[in-house]
Design a protein around this ligand. Structure first.
Ligand code: ZN
Ligand code: ZN
Length: 368
């Protein structure tokens, strides 16, 4: 739970932005934004904020949780499931005449309900007001991101150690996720990806029934969540001695990762990190097919974007992934992904599981 003064400074920052944009009131409906501004982590809640008030509108299923997680925030209890009603009443109570809303997160039906009930209220679509503030993590957030990253590193390392020939992708995925819970996470940040052999060529493979074979590339992409904060990390290993081609691809991706990390520094364009990864892959005869990375926090994918067309600039406190990959249909793929904190001194890698092409245990078990 964020400390009271931390929440105050978050609200203060949003209010400053609202004032700059001439917006007297803001309706926050994105669940991660609600969590950021109040500490409340349930679904189906929204926040109305003005220059001097912030009201969390929540129904009876979550009221107890809201009291616990967001004690500093004024709470409005929804009668039954009548969220629209509660929202309209709160807006009337606040005397709002102009209301900004999150264009990416307000259902059309709710927009219609509010404008029908309050025809004089001016509704102003906005994008990214809270999301931009979330890009730079404060100390409370970094504690949770680090915890999620530590658990993720431990769980993936454990899976790599236990994984062996004859184990299914599903079994590996369930092992990773069981470790998340055992190590104190609140679960997986996203469904764990495990792909072996030719299936590793799919950038977002769901684990299947395929059994791991000697000589397979195995790609694991997973992340734990701790009090709403996520981690994201990928490792690719070969079960047994790598072929020359597997080694060449893995080394190219590793070189790209190092090249990207070397560019991470405050004031550097996120697109420069992407360019460094692409250039390193090209130098070894490979091409990047997806963006290099993304911000991570209350959402798995948030700002800044680490991509060729990104206009974002890195700043201290941002948490991003650097995750180059090379994929060849029918053969396989390699992705190596680190979760990185941007510090004044450069990158601090938060995902600490070793980077190595050899599976820690697979070669022994495969009898190779
Ligand atoms: Zn990622
Ligand atoms: Zn990932």
């Amino acid at each position: 739970m964020p400390k009271g003064n931390r929440l105050k400074s978050r609200l203060h920052e949003i209010r400053r932005e609202m004032a700059r944009l001439g917006l007297p009131a803001l309706l926050v409906t994105d669940a991660a934004n609600v969590a950021y501004l109040t500490g409340f982590q349930g679904t189906s809640a929204c926040v109305v904020m003005t220059a001097d008030r912030a009201a969390l509108i929540v129904d009876i299923r979550y009221y107890e949780q809201a009291t616990r997680q967001a004690p500093q925030t004024e709470r409005v209890l929804v009668q039954g499931a009548l969220y629209d009603e509660a929202l309209v009443n709160t807006l009337q109570d606040l005397g709002a005449t102009r209301l900004a809303f999150e264009a990416d997160a307000l259902p059309v039906a709710r927009h219609m309900a509010v404008s029908w009930r309050l025809p004089k209220l001016e509704l102003v679509p906005t994008r990214g007001i809270v999301e931009r503030a979330r890009e730079v993590k404060d100390a409370d957030e970094l504690v949770l991101v680090r915890a999620a990253a530590d658990i993720t590193s431990g769980a993936i390392l454990r899976a790599l150690e236990v994984m062996s020939v004859g184990m299914s992708e599903r079994a590996v995925a369930s092992l990773v996720e069981a470790e998340f819970w055992r190590l104190g996470a609140d679960g997986p940040a996203f469904p764990t990806l495990v792909a072996s052999g030719p299936r590793s060529a799919l950038p977002h493979p769901r684990p299947g029934d395929r059994l791991i074979e000697a000589g397979d590339l195995v790609l694991i992409d997973a992340g734990a969540v701790v009090e709403g904060y996520r981690a994201d990390m990928s490792r690719t290993v070969v079960v047994g001695p790598p072929t020359r081609k597997q080694r060449a691809v893995w080394d190219a991706v590793h070189a790209a990762l190092e090249a990207g990390l070397a560019r991470v520094r405050p004031g550097v364009a996120a697109s420069a990190v992407d360019a460094a990864c692409r250039k390193a892959l090209q130098a070894r005869g490979f091409a990047a097919v997806h963006d290099t990375g993304h911000g991570v926090g209350l959402d798995l994918h948030e700002g800044p974007r680490v991509a060729g067309d990104s206009e974002d600039v890195l700043a201290p406190g941002m948490v991003i992934t650097v995750e180059p990959g090379v994929y060849e249909a029918g053969w396989g793929g390699v992705r190596l992904e680190q979760l990185v904190l941007v510090t004044p001194a450069g990158p601090e890698v938060l995902t600490t599981a070793p980077l190595a092409i050899a599976s820690p245990c697979g070669s022994v078990r495969a009898g190779l």
